[in-house]
Write a protein that binds this ligand. Sequence first.
Ligand code: NAD
Length: 528
Amino acid sequence: MSLLRQLIRGSTRWSSSRRLDIAIPARRPFHSMFRPHYTNVFPGAEIGSSRQRIEIENPATEEIICTVDAASPADVNAAVTAGMKAFQSGIWANKDVNHRFDVLIKLADMLKSRMSEFAKYESLQTGRPIREMNAQLARLPEWLTYHASLARTHTGRIPPFKGKMLNTLTYSPLGVVAQITPWNHPLLIAIKKIAPALAAGNSVVVKPSELAPVSVLLFAEMALEARIPEGVLNVVCGLGAETGKALCEDSRIAKIDLTGGTETGRAVCAAAGKNLIPVTAELGGKTPVLVFPDIEVERAVKGALFASFIAAGQTCVTGSRIIIHEDIYDQFAASFVAKANALRIGDPLDTKTQVSTVINRASIDRCQRFVDQALSEGGKLLCGGSPAPVNGKGHFFQPTVIEVTPEMALANEEVFGPVIALIRSPSPAHMLATANSTPFALGAALWTSSLSLAHSVSQQLDAGLVWVNTHHNNDPSSPWGGWKDSGMGKENGVEAFEGYLKCKSTVVNWGEAGGVDWFEDNKGARYG
Ligand code: NAD
């Protein structure tokens, strides 16, 4: 195992943010679909100072599929400079919105035409089943077309203003923005951020996850072909603690948009605080799924199974604690466990595979720690509980279900893997109190056939996103984001687009032809 991979595997989190200080590749890159090495994307990147590389592993085979640049602080500086140069030139920021619309629509069309290729890249670098990646990526062009349409239709406002004054609100792009993205939905989350930022006229520097950056690099290359001007969309790969940190600390950055863990959120917000810039932070979660006794049990079981095991439990809104009313608990648990046991684990590229790997060895260890802790606290293992390598290889972990009580760690902390807590609950009030009892407030789901219960519980849930009788649904027009330790601000919707604009309020005096002389005796003391 190379030194770099040891560094990454040794991380205490499931993702790594350690400094990389060796030059590799140590081994010949493996996968024929990939180039041996990918450079960063910004003008001058090929001749940048980056001589450090990161190996990208296929989690299903543990083979190295390629290497990517690890951007040094000097590279980050060069990428931000490229963004500034493009922004100040007005080549994108000052272009007619019709032009930005046309280019983004073209980019959406190009993405559509390369969809199955991108899905395969996503699957190979994350280990996520191709079935999931095909479904997820098929919708990504919508983010580009939605925000392109907002750019074409967004208008200023004229709020009421006392007196003969005309107050206009106009909007302009922020400048160069930093976007820091995770590995679990590499392209979805990057495009969720890139689309509104570009539509609003900004320059962007994206720092994708060190674990799965290839699709984002390829997307940025494709954006150049679509005629996004050089320097407008830049990508710097590298570790969070080095490349990400350097990007967030650059005083020229006008906004940071991060998706990642809560601790990363705290570090990034501290950097943003120093430079007094806004942050959108989409962070961790511990999404509760509340199952009320009036629901048809099998319907809720199928919904909860999808909530829990899609992406092997590695989404920020994984239904990771299922809170079930005691009247239906036994029936629900028996069916849920039977279905979890029957999920087909295997090769992510096999269209029949339903659950595949977690991202790396550190994630396997993390899942195992949570299982061991839950059992030591008195939890009851209902299924799974162990790694499940296929032919001796791969970061596979069995779909795992453990019955716990609300105070146990598994009921409160984010696992980010297929380890799901079932909680028996005596009453709707207890279900709600349990749902609201963690520091997270991202997603929540509830299953009931009562319209009034659905509305009343939804209103009381501490969550930025609530699903009723469904889970995981997402749309470019629907604001997405959490509260408390799950972050701040929104992706998607007009909210995300306006988050990439600054508002100017201009007040025009259209009365008082002679002007006001404030200092004239008895006359001037009237203002506003
Ligand atoms: P992570 O926090 O380890 O890394 C996310 C990104 O931040 C990576 O690009 C990483 O290199 C970078 N980073 C790390 N430390 C940094 C620092 N000090 N400065 C700047 N950048 C830094 O998260 P991950 O393991 O990639 O993703 C999993 C986490 O993301 C989970 O907690 C999950 O809940 C969360 N997530 C949230 C959402 C959401 O919409 N709320 C969506 C997906 C994932």
